[in-house]
Design a protein around this ligand. Structure first.
Ligand SMILES: [Zn+2]
Length: 200
């Protein structure tokens, strides 16, 4: 089946798009080793939005596997995971932001961030910056140690790795190609993403 929309997301940038209930989203890591921050809000009422915390609560898990559902802040099903060639994603970390680059890396000059990318991308659809939810971090490879510490490893995604998801409600969504070029998060080098949106 041909996608209704095919979106190429250059490295360190983001894009937003609409998905109808029953439609599918495929997010593809073009070069491998690249994290994709995904956020979504209800098209009918953007104050209803993806909640990583509710998703962890309802699934009793910090992992997302095929067959799992992502939930909104109002405990409604929002997105289902249909197929996944990677099997390791993250629900714990916030979108990287100017404040994070300042605090963690001492960067005071401009550095692109998922928070700004996602705000800008969703702003196109009139979503206020304050409504941007905490992201589902596709391909982000985090490990929780027995002592509770969390370690970020390079993503397990290789060129062409992808995840397929189904919209359970009408959505406005955005994906950011994470601009972290420090540490393991994006395996040391940022790359592009491709998103395909299917009607059904
Ligand atoms: Zn990021």
């Amino acid at each position: 089946m041909e996608p209704r929309e095919e979106i190429f997301i250059d490295e360190k940038t983001a894009a937003s798009f609409k998905v109808k209930k029953g439609g599918r989203i495929r997010v593809i890591d073009v070069k491998g080793g690249q994290v994709a921050d995904l956020v979504a809000v209800s098209k009918r009422d953007p104050s209803e939005k993806l909640s990583t915390a509710v998703t962890i609560d309802n699934n009793c898990s910090v992992r997302v596997q095929v067959g799992d559902t992502l939930f909104t802040n109002r405990y409604n099903p929002m997105i289902e995971v249909l197929y996944d060639t990677v099997g390791r994603h993250d629900l714990l970390f916030p979108a990287c932001s100017p404040d994070m680059y300042r605090y963690q890396y001492g960067i005071r000059s401009y550095h692109p961030s998922c928070a700004e990318n996602l705000s800008r991308a969703l702003g196109i659809f009139g979503i206020p910056a304050g409504e941007i939810p905490s992201p589902f971090n596709l391909f982000m490879n985090t490990e929780i140690k027995k002592d509770g510490s969390v370690v970020i490893h390079p993503p397990l995604s290789v060129p062409g790795s992808f995840i397929d998801m189904k919209a359970v409600m009408d959505l406005i969504a955005a994906v950011s190609a994470c601009p972290v070029d420090q540490g393991n998060c994006n395996a040391g080098a940022c790359g592009p993403l491709r998103v395909e949106v299917y009607e059904r």
